[in-house]
Design a protein around this ligand. Structure first.
Ligand code: ACM
Length: 636
């Protein structure tokens, strides 16, 4: 009897171990499941080698996270003499002899009964191993308050892991909408869980200058503030002269130093972006002399000021710095002197994107510059500017990176290129022997809608989760040694708060994380979705918002031969059923199930849709007016 119950207990432990699915994102290089579990309890301890402050920090962060959720005050202790292998221990080790298969950021994690051994060549590797260890624990480990739970088990595994790319970035635009210092730290906390190591911080734009430059105080006295507006950004009514400019904010240099340190403690580099010569209205509003066009300027408050056409654009207000004005280079020298001192990362991003040329074309100063410097067109004027900026940035000991427009008119000698208008700019830059970071809007622009426009907050285009998952930083035929990695970009015109920033970021940033960390041959969409669903449960515990859009139907509308419209439906996630109605009532699983293209009945007003997994509704109730379907089909 006693023997039987012991056997039963052992069996239960194994079953608990197996029933708790291993769902790690990004997928590790190699993962072997073993029998048994490591059980964390009030007597567990974390052991570290003596004398390494960075390892100590990693261990302390682990202990703090474990304590929050479990309530256990797990001590961090220095390792005893060699061979003193104590049980119930999470052991962090730095390899004395570097392991070739781990590089600078890789780790090996061996979990089994009584012990977890996490080893790496560098502290960064231990930090990523800790992220994996947390993902191996039950989802309640994500709780910010202590959870009554007795079986904090880690399934026995052997994991060997290291990233595919050294540049694994997320861009955060804090200009269009301002996010506080604490929110930026929260953004960093969330990105590191998925092993991102670079925060591209978009600090300046037409709608706000967010970094204190001590030698140029008006940048933040004037440039950081605009009229407070809510609704659809870009379509606001123009502010009147007396509307108070109360919306905005900026980071003091002390704030920046604090965030840089916070990021560095988590092995995140910060790439500051000062977006010039376009996107510069906040700077021009602060110092109007920087423009080629004399006038009075205001920081944009979300009213229309650019004209976008098919592949063309122009500015209604001159939001550019004047490449023909020496004061501009003096200004940039001051800005980059202070920026270079604030940010230890080796690169500074100078923007360079979407610079309207229509005011330059009218400027006598620019005409004189073109004659003097023998510049044939506006692209060459822009290129002249970028090359001057490169000299300034290099004089501060940094390297220039810019959006792919910096290729136009000739790339600056040492510039790195961030390819956003697809991958063609990146391919061209590699051909010219320049470093590249891939960030194509077709797959990693996480400000765009992630599902049907009838249900998503409106943005001008869509990038579904599956497109993000298909992101490949090294296109066929491109020499991978020039591709530093990739990143997803969170522009915030339509993002007013942190909850919505989270909604837009997750789960697409999980997909991009896997594209930049995991080996290409480990990517598997269906397997990824299974893991994403597990991570949604963790997000629920952590109270972090995410988009459930992957469960909603994909709607494709076309014209049928007889002039009617035809509606094809699909889903990103396999195995879902779609139910529909045209009678204005809410469909459920007792309604018609979609099996073939739908033709809206004559006089129908709305198509209503919902997805189910078996008997469970899983997508959101969607309504698309038939008039909208007709518009999408190009039929009035
Ligand atoms: C960009 O999206 N304008 C770089």
């Amino acid at each position: 009897m006693k023997k039987n119950s012991l056997l039963l207990m052992a069996l239960c432990t194994v079953l608990i171990g197996f029933s708790q699915d291993v769902a790690i994102i990004p997928q590790p290089v190699s993962l072997e499941k073993r029998n048994g579990t490591f059980e964390l309890n009030g007597q567990s301890r974390i052991e570290i080698p003596t004398g390494d402050a960075a390892v100590r920090r990693v261990a302390d962060m682990l202990a703090a996270q474990l304590r929050k959720a479990t309530g256990y005050a797990i001590p961090v202790q220095n390792a005893g003499p060699a061979g003193d292998a104590r049980k119930n221990t999470i052991r962090l080790l730095l390899n004395k002899k570097e392991a070739a298969d781990l590089g600078a950021e890789g780790y090996r994690l061996e979990a089994g009964p009584g012990v977890v051994v996490l080893s790496a060549n560098k502290p960064a590797g231990l930090f990523y191993g800790v992220q994996t260890l947390l993902q191996l624990l039950p989802k309640e480990i994500e709780s910010k308050t202590s959870v009554k739970k007795t079986n904090w088990v880690v399934p026995a595994v052997m994991i060997t892991d290291q990233p595919r790319f050294g540049w694994r970035g997320l861009m955060f635009d804090v200009s269009r909408h301002f996010f506080t210092k604490e929110q930026v730290k929260q953004f960093i906390d969330e990105m590191v869980k998925y092993k991102y190591n670079l925060l591209h911080w978009h600090l300046t734009d037409d709608q706000g200058w967010r970094v204190e430059i001590k030698s140029l105080p008006r940048l933040t006295e004037v440039g950081a503030w605009r009229v407070d507006k809510t609704g659809t950004f870009g379509q606001f009514s123009p502010p009147t002269a007396d509307e108070p400019r109360t919306y905005g904010g900026f980071y003091t240099q002390a704030d920046i130093k604090e965030i840089v340190q916070y990021a560095s403690d988590r092995f995140v580099n910060i790439l500051p972006e000062i977006d010039v010569p376009g996107h510069s209205l906040a700077a021009v509003a602060s110092y109007p002399d920087l423009s080629c066009t004399p006038g009075t300027y205001h920081v944009n408050s979300g009213e229309k000021f650019m004209q976008w056409g098919e592949g063309t654009f122009s500015a209604l207000v001159d939001n550019t710095l004047c490449p023909a004005n020496e004061k501009v280079y003096e200004f940039l020298d001051k800005v980059f002197t202070e920026v270079a001192q604030l940010f230890p990362f080796g690169y500074i991003h100078m923007g360079g994107d979407e610079c309207a040329k229509n005011f330059w074309e009218k400027s006598d100063q620019i005409k004189t510059l073109m004659q003097k410097e023998n510049l044939k067109d506006m692209h060459e004027v822009q290129s002249y500017f970028v090359k001057r900026v490169e000299k300034i940035i290099e004089s501060k000991g940094k390297k220039l990176i810019g959006w792919d427009e910096i290729l136009e008119g000739g790339l600056a000698p040492n510039a790195a290129v961030m390819s956003w208008r697809g991958i063609k700019g990146g391919i061209e830059a590699v051909k010219q022997g320049h470093e590249v970071v891939m960030s194509p809007n077709s797959s990693v622009y996480i400000d765009l809608m992630q599902g049907d426009p009838s249900i998503e907050p409106p943005v001008y285009s869509t990038v579904r989760l599956k497109s993000s998952y298909q992101f490949e930083p090294v296109p066929d035929g491109v020499d991978g040694k020039f591709v530093k990695g990739g990143q997803a970009n969170l522009w915030t015109e339509q993002i007013y708060n942190m909850r919505h920033a989270q909604y837009m970021t997750w789960p697409r940033a999980m997909a991009v994380a896997e594209c930049v960390w995991s080996p290409k041959n480990k990517k598997d969409w269906n397997n990824f979705i299974g893991r994403v669903e597990k991570h949604f449960e963790r997000f629920d515990v952590a109270e972090i918002k995410y988009a459930p859009s992957m469960y909603d139907p994909i709607v494709k509308v076309s014209k049928a031969e007889d002039g009617q419209i035809k509606v094809d439906l699909g889903t990103e996630v396999e195995g879902l059923d779609i139910y529909y109605s045209f009678d204005n009532s809410f469909p459920d699983r007792f309604y018609p199930r979609y099996t073939q293209a739908l033709i809206p009945p004559k006089d129908a007003v709305n198509l209503k849709l919902i997805t189910y997994r078996g008997k469970q509704p899983i997508g959101r109730a969607m309504t698309i007016p038939v008039s909208e379907l007709q518009r999408r089909a190009g039929k009035k």
